[in-house]
Design a protein around this ligand. Structure first.
Ligand SMILES: Cc1ncc(COP(=O)(O)O)c(C=O)c1O
Length: 405
């Protein structure tokens, strides 16, 4: 029986909102506590999704709530016409967790990538006027503004928005030969922009050899290396950033999603030599880096810096992957289990949306991307007990799917 509260919400959604999210699932969350969510009828769910890897400390986290309440009583916004202590604090923490450099705060992942694209164009033009092309890879997702969308290879994102921004080239992901050939024959390239684990592309991990060669080739050809850490950053993979698993040194990294634990933010962190390319007046945003967003980011970053935080993320991620790999071995609908830390993809031999809907019925929030890949991205703070509770539901879903075939 459909809840009357939900029916009313669904009706009003249709009446008042753009239907670009026309495939919303039939739940309206109204409250959260740690890794539990509660819907309009107070039904409880285990959250294995954290709002697309955003609520990195879970819902209602004490440290984050405290920081936000303190900040709300002080100041929310003043503008980038003025100095801002919260920006400095958050940027300092990002430098400590990554590499010495400079940070620019924006409001979303797409905006962070947009700013990276602008910095890359400036970098290229500082060498030669025609050095403005940017390489990205098949399966990539970098956002939905025109620049970030033009850097996104997935056709379904670009479809119907022609003409896009010129100067973007797509090469096959994980194909170092193709990259080498392009960089050797095309001196117009100013940057390579890539995820190291393609999130929206189905949790596809770049080969470590590809990554180290990519870094070498970029250095050799004086091409900036931009790593999109929007989904993989802020501790998601069991290191602060995914690039840190591979020992490379990117020129620019971009963040958003989990960085402020649920408050909208984006950031671009770049080596000291890169930052001056966006000189005064060349870029800006009204809201970007406001006191509240940066106080949230600083609170999250301080938690992530705590001893053993990342080890726990890795350990919990290994536990989930091992558990699901055993399910796969039992001959189920699972064809592959991938991921690092708490950024996990489970490829099925069939579309996964029915399983996502069934999971909601059973009180578990999971997600499906790239049609057949179930994504599990719980809060980084999820407890082993809650993981086991969620996995028990997941086991049931897999068994029921198996019975169908
Ligand atoms: C890797 C990556 N880059 C960029 C974006 C765009 O971020 P936002 O939705 O905050 O604009 C996303 C969003 O899913 C992403 O996964």
């Amino acid at each position: 029986m459909k809840s009357s509260k939900l029916e009313k919400i669904q009706k009003e959604d249709k009446l008042y909102l753009f239907q670009n999210y026309g495939n919303r699932l039939p739940v309206c969350f109204v409250k959260g506590d740690g890794s539990y969510l509660f819907d309009q009828d107070n039904k409880r769910y285990i959250d294995f999704f954290s709002g697309i890897a955003v609520t990195s400390l879970g819902s209602n986290n004490a440290a984050l709530s405290r920081a936000l309440h303190t900040q709300v009583d002080k100041i929310l916004h003043s503008s980038n016409w003025f100095f801002n202590r919260e920006q400095i604090e958050a940027a300092k923490l990002i430098s400590e967790l990554t590499f010495p450099g400079k940070t620019l705060f924006v409001n979303s992942g797409t905006e962070a990538n947009e700013a990276a694209i602008k910095a890359a164009r400036r970098y290229g033009k500082s060498i030669a006027p025609e050095k403005y092309e940017i390489i990205s890879f098949s399966g990539s997702f970098h956002g939905r503004t025109f620049g970030a969308m033009s850097a996104t290879a997935q056709e379904k994102i670009r479809k119907g928005f022609d003409p896009l921004v010129p100067g973007f080239r797509f090469l096959p992901f994980n194909d170092i030969g193709a990259l080498k050939k392009e960089l050797e024959s095309n001196n117009k390239i100013c940057a390579v922009m890539t995820e190291l684990i393609q999130g929206e592309g189905g949790i596809k991990i770049a080969d470590s050899q590809f990554i180290t060669q990519l870094e070498k080739l970029c250095k050799k050809h004086k091409v900036l290396l931009i790593i999109d850490e929007v989904q993989t950053g802020a501790g998601r993979t069991g290191q602060f950033c995914s690039y840190q698993h591979f020992g490379i040194s990117p020129d620019i990294i971009t963040f958003a999603k989990g960085l402020a634990g649920g408050f909208p933010i984006g950031a671009l962190h770049a080596k000291d030599a890169v930052a001056p390319l966006l000189e005064p007046g060349s870029h800006g945003t009204t809201f970007g880096g406001n006191h509240f967003a940066c106080a949230a980011a600083a609170a999250v970053l301080k938690e992530l810096k705590k001893k053993s935080f990342m080890e726990k993320v890795q350990k919990n991620g290994d536990f989930i992957r091992n558990h699901i790999t055993k399910l796969k071995a039992k001959g189920s609908c699972i064809t592959e289990v991938r991921g690092m830390g708490l950024h996990i993809g489970i490829e099925l031999n069939r579309p996964g949306m029915d399983m996502v809907k069934k999971a909601l019925e059973y009180g578990l929030v999971i997600n499906c991307t790239s049609e057949k890949v179930i994504r599990i991205m719980p809060a980084l703070t999820i407890s082993p007990g809650t993981i086991k509770e969620g996995l028990a539901i997941f086991d049931r879903l897999i068994i029921e799917e198996g019975n169908k075939s």
